[in-house]
Design a binder for this molecule. Structure first.
Ligand code: ADP
Ligand code: NG1
Ligand code: MG
Length: 457
């Protein structure tokens, strides 16, 4: 089948591609030799299904055209020479990732380390590498995972090994966690499994992807609110992961399940054999809207403060005193249901007159849930989503982890030009910082292809 396929390897005329050509020149200037091959891994935009991948639920992203691209040569030393914004050199026999200091090269090293461990820990070939990134960083378009996936793929290629896309996605998901964020796998999965022209429903356990035909007559537009949020340098992301983990335990315990074993909200649903609607009712019955203190969590679960710290909290969430379990669990089960509805509208009636409207409504509900229940938006992003809706989008929502970064809007094709003009005038032009970033911050995006290796023809 398709998913057993390996990432494509092509040969192209480098001089025919401006970005590859200038990367090639930068490489030659830096290292005095020509690249042996190139690896590319795309970023993504998630159309719906936010903060539910790490709870075990399906998500619906598509790859974007923007990517991490690297030029590579291989040598007999055990040294990794990297250049992105600056040089970084490290022995391939001593890769350490400092999660307290999430620099770009640690994401790269996550990918190298993931492959090294998969190959049994043997020493890897030395490489020289120049990296180029076109994905706006810390903006919810998954620049971090594109970097990890690109590094994993080029490490395979440099060592004359190959793996299928699913295996590469799983390794990349696991190894990006070395940076500290406990993500769920959406980003790495779409970076490898994407195919041009189609969005994908990504399901987990086991990981699989299926095509989603988007409705005719509308396009997706990405707009960046120009507030950056670095997910590994802050604890917002992991606090949500931890809240979901605690909510899992509380719900499972209340229903007499083996709660110590369950880690994800989807596992509670599966154990109960309940529908998502029933899970929403269970949340309302078992959990209260007031935030839970550490003491209450410990009392209800019958665990010590020590066990809470070591078993449930991550290293960067040790300071957290309050957990909004009811709100987070409601978001997750509600959002999981919206993903399934979005998929069935696309399957049943992609060209029906009301398909675009129905999908737009789901996107609006998703944003409201992210903003109000999951609290992963920010004032600028909320304002941008409002402006997008005012400017002719049928649906608009934050995409990616949030707390800054991008919105994705669904816009009828015949209204795109008017939409862009209006968003430009209302959000970007009035503010010099935003105006300077507008070119890379507001663009139409079509479903792009997945990660690949290329060499000179
Ligand atoms: P996102 O994945 O939403 O883009 P993250 O906070 O997860 O945001 O990851 C951002 C990190 O990825 C940056 O701090 C940097 O280390 C790395 N990165 C990836 N691409 C770039 C780039 N083009 N410029 C700067 N940093 C980048
Ligand atoms: P971004 O915004 O790309 O860093 C993160 C997670 C995803 C997912 C989304 C929210 C990682 C690598 N990525 O994405 O797994 O949980 O947030 O839907 O942790
Ligand atoms: Mg990221």
């Amino acid at each position: 089948g398709k998913m057993a396929a390996h990432p494509p390897k092509t040969k192209i005329l480098i001089s025919a591609n401006e970005r590859l050509q200038s990367l090639k020149e930068a490489f030659e200037k830096k290292y005095g030799e020509s690249p042996l091959f190139y690896a590319r891994a795309p970023g993504r935009v998630n159309l719906i299904g936010e903060h539910i991948d790490y709870c075990g639920y399906a998500v619906l992203p598509m790859a974007i055209e923007q990517s991490i691209l690297a030029a590579v040569t291989v040598n007999d030393e055990t040294v990794i020479y990297l250049f992105f914004y600056r040089d970084f050199t490290v022995s391939s026999e001593d890769i350490k990732i400092d999660r307290n200091n999430p620099q770009w090269y640690y994401y790269f090293l996550c990918g190298v380390k993931g492959i090294q461990e998969h190959l049994g820990g043997d020493p890897l070939s030395g490489i020289k590498c120049v990296v180029d990134g076109s994905i706006p960083a810390s903006s919810g378009l998954s620049s971090s995972s594109a970097l990890v996936c690109c590094a994993a793929l080029l490490t395979m290629e440099a060592n004359h090994k190959s793996l299928n896309k699913v295996a590469l996605a799983e390794i990349s998901t696991k190894c990006e966690r070395y940076i500290g964020t406990e993500g769920g796998g959406m980003d790495q999965s779409i970076s490898f499994l994407a195919e041009e022209g189609t969005a994908k429903l990504i399901e987990f356990h086991p990981l699989r992807a299926s095509d989603v035909r988007l409705p005719d007559g509308a396009v997706f537009v990405i707009s960046n609110c120009c507030v950056e949020m670095n997910k590994a340098a802050t604890s917002h992301f992991n606090i949500r992961v931890v809240e979901c983990r605690i909510a899992t335990k509380m719900l499972a315990k209340a229903r007499g399940l083996d709660w110590a074993r369950l880690l994800k909200l989807s596992e509670v649903q599966a154990s109960l054999g309940a529908s998502l609607e029933e899970m929403l009712r269970l949340v309302a019955e078992v959990l209260h809207p007031e935030p839970y203190s550490r003491e209450e969590v410990c009392r209800v679960l019958g665990i010590t403060a020590e066990q809470l710290s070591t078993d449930l909290l991550s290293p960067n969430t040790q300071h957290v005193t309050q957990f909004k379990l009811y709100q987070r669990a409601r978001h997750v089960y509600g959002e999981a249901a919206r993903v399934l509805r979005f998929k069935s509208v696309c399957d049943e009636a992609p060209s029906a007159g009301n398909a675009v409207q129905r999908l737009g409504d789901l996107m609006k509900q998703s944003h409201a849930s992210c903003r109000d229940l999951y609290e992963c938006s920010c004032p600028e992003l909320d304002r941008l989503v409002e402006i997008c809706l005012q400017s002719g989008a049928v649906g608009s929502r934050l995409t990616g982890a949030g707390w800054g970064g991008c919105a994705v809007s669904m816009v009828p094709t015949d209204r795109v030009e008017a939409f862009l003009t209006s968003v430009r005038e209302l959000y970007y032009t009035p503010d010099p910082h935003r105006a300077a970033l507008e070119k890379q911050s507001l663009f139409v995006s079509k479903p792009g292809g997945g990660a690949m290796v290329t060499a000179e023809l």
